[in-house]
Write a protein that binds this ligand. Structure first.
Ligand SMILES: Cc1cc2nc3c(=O)[nH]c(=O)nc-3n(C[C@H](O)[C@H](O)[C@H](O)COP(=O)(O)O)c2cc1C
Length: 177
């Protein structure tokens, strides 16, 4: 019997389809934030919805994001060597749906998909309405198959506004699993 494109390994004796459903459910239960990832290279800029982000070291201050190899943001990250992570106000949850495809960039009005951004020191775009943001220079890049992990050192931070920050559980969306 073929299990199509189910990803192994499978525990001894487990039904692959049943196990795949259970594994996905548990992976989706991992508590996660939901961010906008800003990338730039030359004149090009993009914002994309991303939940695979976390702080990964304290000295130096480093944050990692995992980005699909096929994403426009992936190429911008690899070429531009920087990213900015914007924390989104829970009230702005609709923004998460706006940035799941490469964004239309209007450099003159500093908007991506009609949404105002500001430019960080690295050149990466920050959501103008962000609750907080971290501007990072890429220090390491690890290829993981479907995704590449980009580890960035925080070179600037801003915001820190006292507002509820958007998390995966505030939406009906899921990713990965
Ligand atoms: C809720 C949600 C979370 C996502 N999280 C990630 C993520 O962590 N990493 C990733 O590469 N893509 C993630 N995506 C998919 C990207 O947003 C989408 O594929 C992306 O916009 C394509 O990138 P591009 O605009 O740079 O081409 C997520 C999508 C949704 C709806």
């Amino acid at each position: 019997m073929s299990h199509g494109d189910l990803v192994g390994p499978f525990p001894e004796g487990a039904d692959p389809e049943e196990y795949d459903r259970l594994r996905r459910r548990v992976l989706w239960q991992l508590p996660m934030g939901l961010y906008l990832l800003g990338t730039s290279s030359g004149e090009a800029k993009n914002l994309m919805t991303l939940n695979w982000a976390m702080q990964v070291s304290a000295r130096p201050k480093q944050v990692a994001v995992s980005v699909e190899s096929s994403a426009v943001s992936h190429d911008l990250l690899a070429e531009g060597g920087c990213f900015a992570l914007s924390l989104v106000d829970r009230e702005d949850r609709a923004l998460a749906r706006k940035f799941v495809k490469p964004a239309a960039h209007d450099a003159a009005s500093r908007r991506l998909n009609g949404v105002a951004y500001e430019t960080a020191a690295t050149g990466a775009p920050i959501l103008a309405a962000a609750v907080g943001w971290l501007d990072c220079e890429v220090r390491q890049q690890v290829s993981l198959g479907s995704h590449t992990l980009f580890v960035g050192e925080v070179v600037a931070a801003g915001g820190g506004r006292d507002a509820a920050v958007l998390r995966m559980e505030d939406t009906r969306m899921s990713y990965g699993g």
